[in-house]
Design a protein around this ligand. Structure first.
Ligand code: ZN
Length: 241
């Protein structure tokens, strides 16, 4: 009973703080800029169905609800700034929604001499979050593409992985999104993507099996049609020379 009362009290206090913060935010927003133009609120792109995105404060309030749900006191000192930190961390962990793979792959280089083989970037570390539990899955991506006359900066390949990994994902979808982005962005003779990852929703909860590795692959073009190229890709990924 005491805990419940305490919880309600904490909630009331938080709401009061929230009201003050909102009032402050309104006051700041209403203040005219030095050049006289009205201050524009930070753009929040709407959701796919057109509904506006929740505000930062609404997101922080949701974190406070979850803290109370697990039996914590959101008003205790150590947790006071946690909602703010969690939302800030989310901005970073899920930054992939605001980014576009096409734009990234636009810039290619034509000076490749007589190079006529695939380019393999292997052991690209990544972390993502499973869309079923919003729990991390971490692993490595191995990516090859067979260029036609032009190549792309190697770091761009790793960036493409990050764009899609920084969204809620399934490993299967992540694999296919990376493959499609490279296939459409570079128009190569083929793309090969292999992802191996450990899913925390399997190691920390549920059946709690640690060290299980999930492997997914996707091939297009020569990698799909020519078994020899596929074998060469897998052999190079696996050779730890
Ligand atoms: Zn999961």
């Amino acid at each position: 009973m005491d805990a419940v009362v305490k919880l309600f009290k904490a909630q009331a206090e938080n709401e009061e703080r929230e009201r003050k913060r909102k009032a402050d935010a309104r006051a700041t927003k209403a203040a005219p800029r030095p050049d006289g133009a009205p201050a524009a609120p930070k753009a929040h792109p709407p959701l796919p169905d057109g509904t506006p995105r929740p505000s930062r404060h609404e997101a922080e309030a949701a974190v406070r609800t979850l803290l109370a749900y697990i039996g914590e006191d959101p008003a205790r000192e150590g947790l006071l700034d946690t909602p703010k930190r969690v939302v800030k961390a989310y901005d970073e962990l899920f930054s992939g929604y605001g980014e576009d793979g096409d734009e990234l792959l636009e810039r290619t280089f034509g000076e490749i001499g007589t190079f006529d083989d695939f380019v393999l970037v292997r052991d690209i570390p990544f972390h993502s979050h499973c869309e079923h539990h919003m729990v991390p899955f971490v692993g490595k991506a191995h990516i090859a593409y067979f260029p036609v006359e032009r190549v792309v900066g190697l770091s761009k390949i790793a960036r493409v992985v990050d764009i899609f990994a920084h969204r809620l994902q399934t490993q299967e979808h992540l694999t296919s999104q990376i493959t499609t982005a490279l296939d459409e962005g570079l128009r190569p003779r083929g793309v090969a993507v292999m992802i191996e990852a450990e899913h925390m929703c399997m190691s920390m909860r549920g059946i709690t099996k640690q060290g299980v590795s999930t492997l997914t692959t996707q091939f297009t073009g020569v990698f799909r049609d020519d078994p020899a190229e596929q074998v060469r890709f897998i052999t190079l990924v696996r050779s730890k020379a």
